[in-house]
Design a protein around this ligand. Sequence first.
Ligand code: HEM
Length: 393
Amino acid sequence: MASSPFADPAFYADRYPTYASLRAASPVLQVSLDGATTATVVTGYDEARQAFTAPLSKDTGAYFADRPSGRSLHPAVARTMLATDPPEHTRLRRLVTKAFTPSRVDDLRPYIRSLAEQLVGMWEPGTEVDLIEDLAGPLPVTVICQLLGVPPVDRSSIRSWSTDLFATGDHERIDAASHALAGYMAELIATKRSSPDRSLLSDLIAVRDSDAGRLSEHELLSLSVLLLVAGHETTTAGIGNAVLALLQHPTELEHLRTSPHCIPSAVDELLRYDSPVSIATWRWAPDEVDLSGATVPAGSPVFVCPGAANRDPARFPDPDRLDLGRANAASHLAFGHGIHRCLGAPLAHAEIEIVLGVLLEHFPGMQLAASADQLVWRHSRLVRGLVSLPVRL
Ligand code: HEM
C-alpha cells in the first residue's frame, strides 16, 4: 500500500508529479494516511466523476461517531451542508440556490468590477504589489460579506479566521478559528434578527423564523458559516493561480490582452490547469463501493482530487500545458460534480473573469517579481493557493 502523499511538505509546493505517480499506480488507490487509517485517493478523471456521484456519504458526523477524533471543531463548522446527505442536503441547498444563479451573478458584475477597479486604483505603475494581499484576498471576501450582510469593519477578521480553517494539520489553530468564526456569526444572526436588512443572512433568518421545519437554528448558523468560508478562500486561490499561470505564459497573457472576449473561456482552462480546490472535501464509503472496477472498502475515507483529475492525460491531452484554446477545458472538475457541485461556481467564475479583465486593462505589462521556487504555497490539502504573489506593475 502507498504511504500518505500528503505528509511530505514538498507535496504542497508542487502536487502534480505526485498526482501523476499516484494515477500511474492506479487512478483509485488505497493509501495509508497515518498508519492507522487507510484512505482511497481518486486521481483519474472518469473515476473522479464517478466518485462524485457514487453512493459515498458526506456525513462526517456519522463517520466520526464511531471513531472519536479528539478534535474540538465547532459543530457549525464540522457539520455544514457540505457534510450532509439527501434529504437534508436537498432541503438546505434549495434554500440558497436562488442567490447564486447566473442571472443573480450578472446583477452583481458591476459591483464586482467597481470593487476590482477600486482596489487596483491605488496601485502605481512600476511598483511591486502582493497580488494576494492587495487584490485576490480582499475582493472575494468583500463580495461574499456584502451578500451576507457582514459589516465592512469585520471583514479582515473573517479573512484571517477562514485562512486558519484551511491550515491542514494544525488542529489547534483550526479548532480555535472555528469557534471564533461561529461565535461571530451567531452574534451577527442575533443582531440581524432584531434589525433585519436586505442581506442573504436576513433572508435565511426569515425562513428560519417563519418555518422551523425548513431550517433549524444550527442549520442557519452552519449554512451562513459555510457560505462565508466557501465563498472566498477558494476564489482567492483561483485568482492567484490564474494570474500566476498567465504571468508564467506571456504569449497567452498577450493573447488575452488583445482578445479580452476570450477571457471567460480562458478562465475554464486556468481552473483546469491549476485547480484551487485540489482535493475535494471529506467523503466516505458506508458500504463497499465499486469505482471503475476498483473496490473502495466499507468505512474508507475517499479523497477525490479535482487537481489530479484535471491533469489526467486520458481526458486532457498534454495536460501539463496551459492551452487557452483547449476545446474541452470547460469539462474540468474544479467545481466538483453531482449534488454537491459548487453552489458559487457562477460567482467565482465571474470574479476571476472580472479581475483578469481589469488587470489586463490597467497593467498590461505586469510581470512576476519572484522566481517560481521563491513562491510559497499554502499548507492546505484542500486548497491549492499561494500565500503571496509578488507582481511588478
Ligand atoms: C474558484 C472558486 C471556487 C472553487 C474552485 C470552488 C470549488 C468547490 C468544489 C470543488 C466544491 C465541491 C466539494 C465537494 O464535493 O467535496 C464546492 C462546493 C461548494 N461551494 Fe465552491 N468553489 C469556489 C467558490 C465558491 C463561491 C464563490 C461560493 C459562494 C458561496 C462557493 C460555495 C460553495 C458551497 C456552498 C459548496 C457546497 C455545495 C453543496 O454541498 O451542495 N464556492 N466548491
